[in-house]
Design a protein around this ligand. Structure first.
Ligand code: AMP
Ligand code: MN
Ligand code: MN
Length: 322
């Protein structure tokens, strides 16, 4: 199929391809795989991640080709794994003149852009890029398969989330058949934490509190400093909280340097945390979402926790939309 996406990309002078701030293996893996496609199509491009490449994606082939600043000139911008344009960071201000392509799988995607490839049923953006490669007539090589597999493994938490279905496993099997190494990818995504996480987990988990199925904890700037962990790294603690028996929603509040607090949310099916995050200007998926609020840690925590409790109560009463 000659998609309009294909004509936009083939006709481009220079493509800016970008993923979201505080990136994850899906954002970076999708970005790198798209870059490999653009390379094969001989389309000039720059791969941008404003916050660089995190520890759980730096093993991916080509990770060192990603830059943090958008190029001066580009006429096509491809945004990956972004529910809205401002998720790419500062370069969002410079999209007015460009043809914008929106490739994403968030339930809260605003359907921005000129070419829209949004599938909220996909469990990773990399699944959509995988399909796109097929549509454009390109077979997968080992490097591309590795990047796409990292997106799937990251966003499904190693094929463990409730939404993991036969289509995802079929896609994963195709990626492994194309040379993706599931062991290597799982180790790169889940087994490459910096040592500082040990100290951070110790400090943060010591203060965790539980109430009516909601388990939450706070990361203070002082905790980060003491543990030597970067500001945008919440060390995956929220996934651990969600693994505790009886937890219907898990929340991590993370103090940022500029009187902002970023919030990470996880939930069981039936509790819709995307709706919670959207109420505070953020977004995500029903079972994994986030938002950033202005305010101090205590104030933000109490506001958000009240809303999370409401979502949990609604689900108990059978009113949840998750
Ligand atoms: P995280 O808790 O950072 O792993 O994010 C969980 C999900 O929510 C991911 O799909 C993120 O892309 C999304 N997300 C996190 N923060 C925001 C935000 N401020 N706005 C929109 N989506 C977000
Ligand atoms: Mn993501
Ligand atoms: Mn994703």
């Amino acid at each position: 199929m000659r998609s309009s996406l294909e004509s936009v990309v083939r006709g481009a002078g220079h493509v800016l391809a970008a993923t979201h701030v505080s990136p994850d293996p899906d954002g970076i893996g999708s970005l790198l795989a798209l870059g490999m496609l653009l390379e094969r199509m001989q389309v000039s491009h720059t791969l941008v991640s404003q916050d660089g490449v995190p520890y759980d994606a730096d093993f991916l082939p080509g990770a060192d080709t990603i830059v943090t600043d958008a190029p001066h000139d580009f006429d096509v911008a491809i945004l990956l794994d972004c529910s809205e344009p401002r998720r790419i960071g500062a370069a969002a201000e410079r999209l007015d003149e460009a043809t914008v392509v929106n490739i994403d799988h968030h339930a809260t995607n605003t359907r921005f852009g000129d070419v829209i490839r949004v599938d909220a049923g996909a469990l990773s953006t990399s699944q959509i890029v995988h399909r796109l490669a097929g549509e454009l007539g390109y077979s997968l090589d080992r490097r591309m398969a590795t990047c796409l597999l990292a997106g799937l493994v990251g966003d499904t938490q190693g094929f463990r989330i409730a939404a993991t279905d036969a289509r995802v496993l079929d896609d994963a099997a195709a990626l492994v058949a194309a040379g993706g190494d599931l062991g290597e990818v799982s180790r790169g995504v889940f087994g490459a934490r910096p040592l500082g996480h040990v100290a951070l987990w110790g400090r943060v988990l010591a203060g965790a509190s539980q109430s009516a199925g909601v388990l939450s904890a706070q990361i203070r700037l002082a905790d980060r400093r003491a543990a030597g962990v970067a500001e945008d790294d919440d060390a995956g603690i929220v996934n651990f909280l969600q693994s505790v028996r009886g937890t219907r929603a898990a929340v991590i509040f993370s103090e940022q340097g500029d009187s902002k607090v970023s919030v990470s949310l996880r939930s069981v099916p039936g509790v819709d945390v995307a709706a919670v995050a959207a109420d505070f200007g953020g977004g995500g998926h029903r079972q994994a979402a986030g938002c950033t609020l202005v305010g101090d840690l205590i104030d933000v925590s109490s506001r958000v926790l009240a809303r999370v409790r409401q979502a949990v109560d609604d689900s108990t009463l059978g009113r949840g939309s998750g």
